[in-house]
Ligand binder design. Structure first.
Ligand SMILES: Nc1ncnc2c1ncn2[C@@H]1O[C@H](COP(=O)(O)OP(=O)(O)OP(=O)(O)O)[C@@H](O)[C@H]1O
Ligand SMILES: [Mg+2]
Length: 294
């Protein structure tokens, strides 16, 4: 897919460079993602690749099931670069990010050693770091990463007192789902350290291509209907009639899979409608679905 994007020569050279340095990486090869993200418009991929190549941190901002994780995996594939992941939650602490100390028994002797966490691993290996749902973390946890995320690319590991400097190629991709329950607004200083890329729900032909690949349903007539369903749902999301997650591509893929063996309306109920809390929202989805499927 990357071949279809006309990247600047210097960026192409950087990609080639990184590919070469990680191709031999037998130990961490399993952390290299698979391609598969299909962009709504070319700038999404072009800008994300370019920003990463320039050593910028990239923040992918978009609703649930819009392909943020898929895009991060695709970027890892494009650079052939292993990617370490962190899933943020309220109880995430410095140890989950940086690692922890443990006692090891080697040849009858006990010694304290440090087991590096995802941040330290990615920094010391020059790998990518994916921070998912970054706004789910407690606001006081993330500032520990400020030095990692600015031009210094450096941290003093509080568990070992060692200064860790990131290797060439180290890069951070974070994902954020604004307004989602349980999230807190991202601290300004933290947000300031990222280049922000909006990830909207894909539609029309792009969506059809993704459904063809990602869902088991292959019936072209039904797939077209589901693409129309998505379009109508997005209109209703914009009108404020249904909540954003009703238009999730993930939910749509599940629904298409179910429609392989279930009547479409029931598949929609299981895959999309019954996840919504509000009875009016459910009714709105039901109405849209009934105009497209019987
Ligand atoms: N543009 C896209 N290209 C390819 N696949 C997509 C795209 N958008 C959504 N998908 C598919 O939809 C599903 C959900 O995508 P993904 O998990 O990346 O969403 P997300 O934005 O990370 O959601 P969340 O915020 O809930 O973590 C995956 O199966 C993914 O392949
Ligand atoms: Mg995700």
């Amino acid at each position: 897919m990357i071949n279809t994007i006309n990247l600047p020569k210097a960026v192409q050279a950087m990609i080639k460079n990184r590919k070469q340095s990680f191709q031999q990486d037998k130990e961490y090869g399993y952390l290299i993602g698979n391609e598969g993200y299909v962009a709504a418009d070319e700038p999404v991929l072009y800008d994300a690749i370019t920003a990463l190549a320039l050593g910028k941190n990239v923040l992918l901002k978009g609703p649930t099931g819009s392909g943020k994780t898929k895009l991060a995996e695709t970027l890892s594939a494009i650079f052939s670069q292993p990617m370490h992941s962190i899933n943020c939650s309220v109880d995430m602490d410095a140890e989950a990010l940086l690692g922890f100390k443990t006692i090891r028994h080697i040849a009858g002797k006990s010694e304290i050693s440090f087991i590096p966490g995802p941040v330290i691993k990615a920094m010391t290996k020059g790998h990518l770091l994916y921070i998912d749902e970054i706004n789910m973390a407690k606001p006081e946890t993330l500032p520990i990463l400020n030095g990692v995320l600015d031009y210094r690319h450096m941290i003093t590991n509080p568990f070992t007192s060692e200064v860790v400097q990131a290797q060439e190629g180290f890069g951070v991709i974070a994902a954020i789902n604004e307004g989602y329950i349980g999230t807190v607004p991202l601290n300004e200083a933290l947000k300031n350290r990222f280049v922000v890329i909006d990830i909207p729900y894909i539609q029309a032909e792009t969506l059809k291509r993704v459904l063809e690949v990602e869902s088991k349903l292959q019936d072209p007539v039904l797939l077209d209907r589901f693409v129309m369903l998505s379009k109508d749902l997005i209109v209703q999301v914009k009108n404020g009639v249904v909540s954003e997650e009703a238009a999730s591509i993930r939910a749509l893929i599940d629904t298409c899979d179910l429609a392989l063996y279930l009547p479409p309306l029931r598949a929609i109920r299981r895959g999309i409608m019954d996840k919504l809390e509000d009875a009016r929202e459910k009714a709105a989805v039901q109405n849209i679905a009934e105009t497209l499927f019987e």
